[in-house]
Design a binder for this molecule. Structure first.
Ligand SMILES: Nc1ncnc2c1ncn2[C@@H]1O[C@H](COP(=O)(O)OP(=O)(O)O)[C@@H](O)[C@H]1O
Ligand SMILES: [Mg+2]
Length: 170
């Protein structure tokens, strides 16, 4: 059997707070295959975001994975080094944040931010990265992509910023 793309097994995440330990995620098990989509549904505070942050190593410093594992293409990514993880993150997995405007750099044009995401993982000339950024803006169906390349996040709607984040994730 081929391993799933992503598999969480009995994942536990605990935060240490002034009021003691908060078990935010208690035993999440799920698996996701290549090309599949999976939605996590639950009330506010039930641990959806913390689960995502645990997968992408973006947990707050007070948070720790206390049990379970997270396998990406069969490899337990809770045990790989920071530098190995950075090769994976952004290239093979990415996070699209809930508040895209806060996640984007307010003083850099969105086209440049997408090009930066590309060159963080692949060496290429700047023009080529910008050409790919333009293609990505087209792929996420932003109207007038040539013009939007030069736009700053505050010049775009929230939905458009979300598309820019999706372009960066792709
Ligand atoms: N940095 C933190 N310190 C302490 N508790 C936290 C922290 N981040 C999240 N939590 C707690 O973890 C639980 C799950 O939160 P979260 O994953 O954000 O919920 P959801 O995304 O499902 O709304 C909540 O009880 C929340 O208060
Ligand atoms: Mg959330």
């Amino acid at each position: 059997m081929t391993p799933s793309l992503l598999a969480l097994s009995d994942l536990h995440v605990t935060f240490s707070t002034r009021r003691g330990l908060v078990e935010a995620v208690r035993g999440v098990t799920l698996s996701l295959g290549e090309g599949e989509m999976l939605g996590l549904v639950g009330e506010s505070g039930s641990g959806k975001s913390v689960t995502g942050f645990a997968i992408t190593r973006l947990l707050d410093t007070a948070g720790r994975i206390t049990a379970g594992d997270i396998r990406f293409r069969g490899q337990d990514i809770t045990r790989i080094s920071g530098s190995d993880f950075r090769h994976l993150h952004g290239a093979a997995m990415a996070m699209i944040f809930q508040n895209p405007r806060a996640a984007l750099n307010p003083i850099r044009a969105v086209g440049d931010q997408i090009a930066d995401a590309i060159t963080a993982h692949k060496r290429m000339p700047r023009d080529q990265a910008r050409a790919q950024a333009l293609e990505l803006l087209r792929a996420v169906q932003i109207r007038d992509p040539e013009k939007r390349m030069a736009a700053y996040p505050h010049e775009l709607s929230g939905g458009m910023c979300q598309r820019v984040m999706i372009a960066m994730a792709i």
